[in-house]
Design a protein around this ligand. Structure first.
Ligand code: FAD
Length: 373
């Protein structure tokens, strides 16, 4: 097959790759996307799109089928008998099956003019393009959006050292009417279960845990109340796993190649923000490409991930230390409004000193004071 020339060639047609393609087409660039799988693509995911991610989808012109996207207004933490819940400060998040989200992104990318090549695995990195089984595909700019386990990141010499702490994830769907308009996070020692309403009679359960191998049923048994609620419900999907979750990246661009989405490094799914971040990174990469300077993307990426990484690290610390976790949960449950403040803080892009920052301070104080009782 003859080489395809384009302004931008994107390796990976998941959410990050398709969002990049849509943005680049809208900036007047010719785009080719090379994706190893066939659509619609499923993936191990909690399937909760945070409010800023939902806004990004709208800004990209992605139309989600209303019946298939379930709004959730906030998050409920459950740790044994302790329950803390809060609402997002503005618009809700969206619970949506990955296949439905992928289909909507694909339709939007096609309408925007992107050339999408399915079953087209990228096998190597060239100076001015990607190698595929069907021959080289050359472009002026290259984007690697090939996910958490990116093979292009090491090929570009951008992979970091392996992370010491290993966490994994697995997800399953249950045919049951959602019992809440909140995403529930059930906490146990070394393990959390995320319950997201994703349909009229469908909930997704994603379990994240530290350590080695794990089976969904064995992990679910660590949450007796949740297991009891789901007992008897029809299983509606094949289990999908992922891990180790943390993947380090030294730098998110080199020459004319940018890494976008999980390929640009991944820490953990504990805040359920991967999609929202991928959309912001995609927009920043397109802006830098349009300006002809990927150093802008490197700087923008640093700004985009700084605050989310801080919150993820904080929560991972809480996850690793059960006594601290119980204190934090007790503090969040005890003071009305504190969980909503924490969610406002989590959604902020500007850093904890801005609105919501007092939530962190109050939480720290309540944890210390509560712990001293
Ligand atoms: C258990 C778990 C739960 C999560 N829960 C949430 C959540 O609730 N909310 C949230 O926002 N995020 C969540 N995330 C994170 C979210 O799933 C990711 O951040 C998101 O999928 C990133 O999109 P991406 O396009 O970068 O990567 P991917 O979705 O992984 O897409 C990468 C694409 O590249 C393709 N590809 C790979 N290699 C090649 C190749 N060589 N050639 C061609 N194509 C290739 C793949 O087939 C794939 O389609 C979760 C993650 C995990 C693991």
């Amino acid at each position: 097959m003859a080489a395809v020339e384009a302004d931008v060639v994107v390796a990976g047609g998941g959410p990050a790759g398709l969002a990049t393609a849509i943005g680049a087409c809208r900036a007047g660039l010719e785009v080719v996307v090379l994706e190893a799988q066939r659509p619609p693509i499923d993936k191990a995911c909690g399937e909760g799109v945070m409010p800023d991610g939902a806004a990004a989808l709208e800004a990209l012109g992605v139309e989600l089928p209303p019946a298939a996207a379930r709004p959730f207004r906030g998050v409920r933490y459950i740790d044994g008998a302790v329950v803390a819940e809060g609402s997002f400060p503005g618009a809700p998040g969206l619970g949506i099956r990955r296949t439905v989200l992928h289909d909507a992104l694909r339709r939007r990318a096609e309408a925007a003019g992107a050339k999408l090549r399915w079953s087209c695995r990228v096998t190597g990195l060239l100076r001015d393009g990607f190698a595929t089984e069907a021959g080289p595909v050359r472009g002026r700019w290259l984007v690697a959006a090939d996910g958490r386990a990116s093979s292009l990141r090491p090929l570009a010499g951008l992979a970091g050292r392996p992370a010491a702490h290993r966490r994994f994830g697995v997800r399953r769907h249950f045919e049951v009417e959602p019992w809440s308009d909140l995403v529930e996070v059930h906490w146990a020692d070394g393990c959390e279960a995320y319950v997201t309403p994703v349909g009229e009679r469908l909930v997704g359960v994603a379990i994240l845990w530290s350590g080695g191998a794990g089976r969904f049923d064995e992990l679910l048994a660590r949450f007796p109340a949740l297991a009891e609620r789901l007992a008897g419900a029809e299983v509606a999907s094949r289990d999908r796993g992922a891990g180790p979750l943390a993947q380090r990246c030294r730098r998110v661009a080199r020459g004319r190649l940018a890494l976008v989405g999980d390929a640009a490094g991944y820490l953990d799914a504990i805040t359920g923000e991967g999609l929202a971040l991928a959309f912001r990174e995609a927009a920043a990469a397109v802006e830098a490409i349009a300006a002809g300077d990927l150093r802008r993307y490197v700087a923008a990426h640093r700004r985009i991930v700084r605050h989310p990484l801080l919150v993820i690290r904080m929560l991972l610390l809480v996850e690793r230390l059960p006594r601290l976790r119980r204190r934090v949960m007790t503090a969040l449950a005890a003071e009305p409004g504190l969980m909503s403040r924490f969610l406002a803080l989590k959604l902020r892009a500007g850093g904890p000193r801005l609105a919501g920052g007092d939530g962190l301070l109050r939480l720290a104080l309540a944890t210390v004071v509560g712990g001293a009782r």
